[in-house]
Write a protein that binds this ligand. Sequence first.
Ligand SMILES: Cc1cc2nc3c(=O)[nH]c(=O)nc-3n(C[C@H](O)[C@H](O)[C@H](O)COP(=O)(O)OP(=O)(O)OC[C@H]3O[C@@H](n4cnc5c(N)ncnc54)[C@H](O)[C@@H]3O)c2cc1C
Length: 295
Amino acid sequence: MKPAAFTYHRAHDVTDAVGLLTDLAAAGEDPKLIAGGQSLMPMMNFRLARPSALVDLGPLRRMPSMTALDAEAGTLTLGALVTHHAVETATLPDGFAVLARAMRWVGHLPIRSRGTVAGSLVHGDATAEWCLLALLLDAVVVTEGPSGRREIPADELFHGFYATAVEPDEVVVEVRFTRPAPHAALSEFARRHGDFAIVDAAVALDLDGDVTPEQVSGGRVVLGGVAPAPVRVPEAEAVLAAGGAPGPELFAAVADAAAAAIDPPNDPQVTAAYRRRLTRTLVADACAQAAGGPR
Ligand SMILES: Cc1cc2nc3c(=O)[nH]c(=O)nc-3n(C[C@H](O)[C@H](O)[C@H](O)COP(=O)(O)OP(=O)(O)OC[C@H]3O[C@@H](n4cnc5c(N)ncnc54)[C@H](O)[C@@H]3O)c2cc1C
């Protein structure tokens, strides 16, 4: 399939991109930004998306801030055009290595070499690894729009099925990850390597190293593929907060709580019961990996 007809516009900087989006919309067009094109182009080729104008962010790659990975005071800031592969191959500061490890689950190398952090978050697929990681590590999405700069915390970002709080006339300029998690992991199940996950689970454990043996004192559990958007699971996090020794017994209790708390979709391809079973397995697996040592 080929996309419906569209006009093509190259943005030279962020102000230019915002201006193009605003002017095209005022002229009755339906413009869309394109970054790596790894989600938008397939959707256009299948005619699931029919923007009448594309505003290409490609030229903004020469702006250092758009491709930078900066760490400062427990925060990791990624420019909007940082690719999945750049993260996969970076040496990330303490507490953020889970981001690099999770990238191997994202598509294949050509997709990871072109697809961007911001593109993935704005696309808002409920199983996208970046969407889960944003909730796990308290990401803040920074946008520029006609009314200026705006910061959107991850827990306000996802509005449902492929819907986010980023407005059509806003450009994401950076994503800040503000919650380092040295004991964290993402686990998932897909039919074939490189496919989107059916269900994925990201877990961060708070380990109290002042006591011997080390005890779990809290943590975070995030799931994809069980609701229209990625979700935290307070019921499973409550089990972690109650504490205990990091081991199969505690992790099975966390996994059971997560599986019991969700109301996953039931479709002809994948039943709700199967998604629930996957959830139990993947949460326990992510817990075990997360407890495996500081990363
Ligand atoms: C075969 C295949 C397998 C894949 N498997 C996976 C997978 O397993 N896991 C996964 O997470 N992803 C997967 N992807 C998707 C891939 O990760 C995409 O790169 C990503 O979802 C979108 O990033 P992009 O830069 O390509 O965005 P684009 O496709 O260019 O854009 C996506 C959306 O984001 C908007 N956008 C892009 N940049 C900005 C910005 N800076 N500000 C505001 N809006 C913006 C666009 O307007 C568009 O709506 C797969 C893709 C393919 C083709």
